[in-house]
Design a binder for this molecule. Structure first.
Ligand code: RRO
Length: 314
């Protein structure tokens, strides 16, 4: 193994020895699961998106693996903000690993309430506001309503002085890339994380002639192979539009070192692994680090900056 190759990266002042993290929601709901990630080769962890109070989430079956990825409609099962805020405050920065605290209110008021609590706490890491949960019946994803995003950010930055990231839904039209970038560039956002799952897909089992998950009539968020090109498009399109101070976490369809390489070529500073981490568990961080290091060695790259954002067009 080449020892002169570095997978280190940073977001603002936060250093990560390895650019790989888990994606929020996958194997990160309990402190035991979070500790396992921190003990692995990952550069840090992100906590399951928190609501103000604990939630059981949607009815099961609520996640189904397929040969191309998975569909989920978990419905925000989590232990509540206090649980994750305590963990994140205790573990943030230990042994050089970052803990990102994810919050996902069911309303703008809940988001503001949670961010006020984070602001008042001694947590000194990155906070990620999830604007893109697709799985709450009757609630649309805030990230698709640009004026609502502007309103929530305007309200947030009146009091929130800690570094803030945003978890965004996938966008599919250049008007959407332009529209969300115009909003985000007006605020002191530290990073964006693209993409959350592709919302409201439908997997059908022809044998049973049925949907495969119970909530919302079978509709749920897609992850895995289904989403990689959409994720790469979002990372690339937003890197081309956002001011340089806003870093990008690339999430979507990563299961190999080559996939990470592609995300970084599109402009990702860090990457997160969701579906494949769900399948493989923490050994995935070592395997993908090794694959990426080998690929960089073949190409003569020593740091991520050597190729970050340098995707060629033809
Ligand atoms: O818990 C979920 O159903 C969930 C969330 Br909060 C999210 O942001 N993305 C997703 O695919 N599932």
């Amino acid at each position: 193994m080449q020892t002169n190759i570095s997978l280190a990266s940073h977001i603002g002042d936060y250093q990560f020895d390895n650019l790989l993290l888990n994606a929020a929601g996958v194997r990160c709901a309990s402190t035991e699961e979070l500790d396992k990630i921190l003990d692995s080769d990952a550069g840090g962890c992100v906590t399951k998106s928190a609501t103000p109070e604990p939630r059981k989430g949607n009815e099961s079956p609520r996640m189904k693996a397929t040969s191309m990825g998975c569909i989920n409609s978990m419905g925000l099962p989590n232990h509540g903000l206090d649980y994750y805020l305590k963990f994140a405050t205790e573990k943030q920065g230990n042994h050089g690993k970052q803990v990102i605290l994810s919050v996902a209110g069911l309303s703008i008021d809940q988001n503001i309430e949670m961010l006020k609590k984070v602001q008042a706490s001694s947590f000194s890491g990155l906070t990620e506001l999830n604007l893109s949960c697709p799985n709450i019946a009757g609630k649309s994803q805030l990230g698709y309503d640009f004026e609502a995003v502007r309103d929530v950010l305007a309200a947030t930055f009146k009091f929130f002085k800690k570094p803030l990231g945003l978890k965004l839904p996938p966008y599919f039209d250049f008007n959407q890339f332009d529209g969300i970038a115009d909003v985000l560039n007006d605020f002191p956002i530290t990073y964006i994380n693209s993409i959350n799952s592709i919302g409201n897909g439908l997997v059908v089992d022809p044998e049973t002639e049925s949907v495969v998950i119970k909530p919302k009539g079978g509709f749920g968020g897609l992850g895995g192979d289904y989403v990689k090109p959409t994720a790469l498009a979002n990372v690339r399109a937003l890197r081309l539009r956002l001011k340089p101070e806003i870093s990008i976490i690339g999430t979507g369809g990563i299961k190999s070192g080559k996939d990470v390489f592609e995300h970084v070529l599109c402009g990702a500073d860090l990457v997160q692994i969701g579906t494949a981490f769900g399948f493989d568990g923490t050994p995935i961080f070592e395997r993908i680090s090794k694959e990426l290091t080998e690929l960089m060695a073949q190409k003569g790259y020593q740091t991520l900056a050597d190729f970050r954002g340098k995707l060629k067009t033809i």
